[in-house]
Design a protein around this ligand. Structure first.
Ligand code: AMP
Length: 541
């Protein structure tokens, strides 16, 4: 099959079926000491597809996946795609309300989670659309029980009707009714944080998913026989597309190691002779800090990619000097089904002189880009403007949200909210951001969500949340708070208040309690001023 000439009707599931026909006995998934062939993974996903159909999951129905990077993730994705149902990818760091907002919007019929999270998500799912939950465990499908990942974890005894793997085994040799998905069917529903309003579900079609998986893989030089390690989490579009889908459509081994752990990842690189991965720059920084790490751990690597967040040019240089591996930058959004601009292997991303920004790469073959001024007029090469993207990877809109779709993707052009410069040679440099997003190690935080959470604290009068530059995470969530008259609250208390309400990466790392927030003459909080001042308001604490 030629990936470069992807047909619009070709899907990840049709490519997967072709792969299983071609090489059924080749390894497809690995997890610590577990390896499964393509035929075994196909059979497990057939069994699960049949079980889900028995339970009433049909074409177009959403099923939430609330899991870390475990082999079950790939089995569930394949099972849902086979029956035309829609995987709703959920960040397992989400807590009660964060999860509930998405559940109420997407209305999944079922959910798959780790049994360790059952107590946590139970209350969030009460009286929701979710009719049943299947649970599994990160301990399944392996016997090594690496204490760095599984400390204090024990397999519970789930009820047989809730046990994902037990159900797969009990339904061995069953097949779902064959449903041939089309390019227009939904392949993923992936929520993205927005500047305003609640999170929006990007409608990722099978055509979108196949376009990125096929074209990015082609550009990155991923071939049959390669070994892909899933650093980026599958609940984020980068992991789902550029680690999982990309390797499923080829005859590649896809390696999981549960939640990211730098030392465990390096061991897996060596054990499985990993050739390709994509993750955030924070993950690569973590790998470089593992005691005793040397270029031996990277000996099998052919291409490393980093996406989702800016990379300081010096980080790439130092990494290459120490480990002999160049980190290729890649840019994409949930709405572009992950990476659509990338540095091709063998090329070095140039640095934009005036801004010092490391290029995110050049567009994939079927992607067209332009930069526009605030009136929507194209800006000339070499000058800044909002980046707009067209291509088969760009989603048609958001779930049940026509007004946000019309604003963000007018006539199929995706308005990214990122300010870019495209040079004469087509290299793209990100130089600013129009959207109010904080980028914490590639995870996006919507300041208003953090502000709304802090406003629930009885002592909080006004609050503004901004991202401050941070050496490790890129940006750190920082909150400036003023208190109601006659009340007190320490920064520590306010941070603790967010603990059960927000995923860890969204919680403010620093809270400054100040007398009053800076305002415009119309009374609007001047968030931008706080962002650029850094810490001077501390003196008001
Ligand atoms: P998400 O939808 O979570 O994938 O976030 C998309 C946003 O991440 C983009 O609009 C950019 O602001 C940012 N982003 C993605 N890739 C890069 C990159 N290589 N360098 C800098 N920012 C990036």
């Amino acid at each position: 099959m030629s990936y470069g000439q992807a047909q619009s009707e070709q899907t990840v599931i049709s490519a997967w079926r072709e792969r299983v026909r071609r090489c059924p006995q080749q390894p497809a998934l690995a997890y610590f000491d577990f390896v499964a062939t393509a035929a075994e993974v196909d059979s497990a996903s057939d069994s699960l597809g049949a079980v889900l159909e028995d339970r009433g999951v049909s074409r177009g129905e959403r099923v939430g996946i609330y899991l870390q990077n475990v082999p079950q993730y790939a089995v569930v994705l394949l099972a849902l795609w086979k029956i035309g149902a829609v995987p709703l990818v959920l960040n397992p760091m989400y807590r009660g309300r964060e999860l509930r907002v998405i559940i109420d919007d997407a209305e999944p019929m079922a959910l798959v989670c780790d049994e360790a999270d059952l107590d946590l998500i139970g209350p969030a799912l009460r009286a929701s659309s979710v009719q049943f939950v299947l649970s599994t465990s990160g301990l399944d499908y392996q016997s090594r029980n690496d204490p760095r990942v599984f400390a204090r974890r024990q397999r519970l005894a789930p009820r047989p009707e809730d046990d994902l793997i037990g159900l797969i085994q009990a339904n061995e040799h069953r097949h779902p009714a064959q449903y041939d998905v089309t390019g227009k069917d939904l392949a993923l529903l992936a929520y993205t944080s927005g500047t305003t309003g609640p999170p929006k579900g990007a409608l990722i079609s099978h055509a979108n998913l196949f376009a990125t998986a096929a074209d990015f893989g082609e550009v990155a030089g991923v071939k049959d026989g390669d070994v892909v390690f899933a650093i980026a989490p599958l609940f984020h579009i980068t992991g789902a597309t550029l680690n999982a889908a990309l390797s499923l459509v080829r005859n590649c081994l896809l390696v999981f190691a549960n939640r990211f752990n730098a030392a465990v990842t390096l061991d897996a690189f060596v054990e499985h002779a990993v050739t390709y991965t994509i993750g955030s720059i924070t993950a690569f920084n973590a790998l470089s800090q593992v005691p005793g790490v040397s270029n031996a751990e990277f000996a099998s690597i052919k291409a490393l990619y980093s996406g989702g967040a800016p990379i300081p040019p010096s980080t790439v240089e130092q990494f290459e000097k120490r480990f002999g591996c160049y980190i290729h930058n890649a840019y994409g959004m949930t709405e572009t089904t992950a990476g659509v601009i990338a540095v091709p292997p063998g090329r070095r991303a140039p640095v934009h002189g005036p801004s010092g920004s490391l290029s995110v790469g050049v567009p994939l073959p079927r992607v067209s880009l332009r930069t526009v001024d605030p009136n929507g007029q194209p800006t000339p090469a070499g000058t800044a403007g909002e980046l707009e993207i067209r291509g088969p990877q760009v989603v048609t809109g958001y779930w049940r949200n026509p007004s946000a779709s019309a604003t963000t993707m007018p006539e199929g052009r995706l308005r990214t909210g990122d300010v870019a410069i495209i040079d004469d040679l087509g290299w793209v440099y990100l130089v600013d951001r129009l959207k109010d997003q904080i980028n914490v190690s590639g995870y996006k935080v919507w300041p208003r969500e953090v502000e709304d959470t802090l406003y629930e604290h009885p002592a909080v009068f006004e609050v503004a949340v901004v991202g401050q530059p941070d050496n490790y995470q890129g940006e750190a969530v920082t909150a400036y708070v003023s208190l109601r008259d006659g009340t007190t609250a320490t920064p520590e208390e306010l941070i603790a208040f967010t603990r059960d309400r927000l995923a860890a990466y969204k919680r403010p790392r620093t809270v400054y309690v100040i007398d009053a927030l800076p305002k415009t003459h119309t009374g609007k909080i001047r968030r931008a001023d706080l962002k650029h001042t850094g810490t001077p308001l501390v003196e008001n604490i």
